[in-house]
Design a protein around this ligand. Structure first.
Ligand SMILES: [Zn+2]
Length: 302
């Protein structure tokens, strides 16, 4: 009793019968003040789930492959994170030598080179398609992924160059090709040249098929326009992530054209599976296993 009395006198608090017991200092127990508790709670950056609004730390989210641990919503995954997660071991990155040009000197509200450098700053990538070669459970393969944050994952000349190079390298080295698609379509700033990439990539896929190599497409949210109309719909197998939106023209454009109101699930992966457009909807956690199984079956690997 004498010890606690001296402590309270030292801290300026004098024990009196009117002090509530919750405010009396107990020797040996440290009570943090409110400020320090708040600081400790917010030291790590968090991501808010767009579906259930749960706050999850970035580290926990990345360990869970950006799937919400509370409601299973599949969040957007950066192309580089996606490929690093997909492969057990990345051996090389390809196509970095292709860099953007501005052949039409295109200007809308901003000049094309200005938009390009903004996108590069925002994403840390040089273009909207990333190509890597690596091993998935010991099987060598080439995988491409669209970075949607880079000008809406739009397909310009460089995206075409990188994709064609990936397909040609796959033929040379006898490896399968995987594509994680997420795109708003062709890149309007390159006009006709971006539309030509639809034909170029389709021809490259045809050469891959003639060489007897599998091409697997994983449709992630969202895939639209010229990418749907070419490389994203030419796979031997089409997988999709749950609730991904896949289509050619958007819902509003179709409604205005046909002058009819369309159902809500229209263009969702689940709707497309029911109507035979895609082969399977795969949870992100099962995606690596599913792709591995498909590739080993199609290539007759043990
Ligand atoms: Zn959630």
């Amino acid at each position: 009793m004498s010890y606690s009395m001296s402590q309270q006198v030292k801290s300026g608090k004098i024990l009196s019968p009117s002090t509530p017991w919750t405010e009396r200092i107990v020797p040996g127990i440290h009570v943090p003040d409110e400020q320090t508790t708040l600081k400790a709670t917010f030291t790590e950056p968090t991501i808010e789930c767009p579906e259930c609004h749960a706050l999850v730390t970035r580290t926990a989210m990345s360990f869970n492959a950006y799937v919400c641990p509370q409601c299973d919503e599949h969040l957007k995954m950066k192309a580089r994170d996606r490929l690093n997660w997909f492969f057990d071991q990345v051996q090389t990155e390809m196509g970095q030598e292709f860099t953007a040009k501005d052949p039409l000197k295109f200007v809308d509200s901003k000049a094309y080179p200005e938009r390009m450098s903004e996108a590069q700053k925002k994403t840390g990538e040089t273009e909207a398609l990333i190509v890597m070669q690596g091993l998935l459970k010991g099987v060598p393969m080439i995988a491409t992924a669209f970075e949607f944050d880079f000008m809406g994952g739009s397909m310009g000349t460089v995206v075409g160059d990188r994709f064609v190079q990936a397909a040609e390298r796959a033929i040379e080295t006898h490896q399968p090709l995987i594509c994680f698609a997420a795109s708003g379509g062709a890149r309007m700033q390159e006009g006709m040249l971006s539309l030509m990439q639809m034909a170029r990539t389709s021809a490259a896929i045809q050469r891959l098929k003639e060489a007897g190599l599998p091409y697997v497409v994983v449709l992630t949210h969202p895939v639209y326009g010229g990418v749907t109309a070419s490389l994203a719909m030419l796979g031997d197998v089409h997988l999709a992530e749950p609730k991904a939106m896949i289509g050619f023209a958007g819902k509003r454009v179709i409604e205005q054209t046909v002058r009819e109101k369309l159902d809500e699930p229209f263009q969702r992966a689940e709707y497309l599976l029911d109507h035979g457009v895609i082969d399977q909807i795969v949870h992100r956690h099962a995606l690596r296993d599913t792709v591995y199984r498909i590739i080993t079956k199609l290539m007759n690997l043990p």
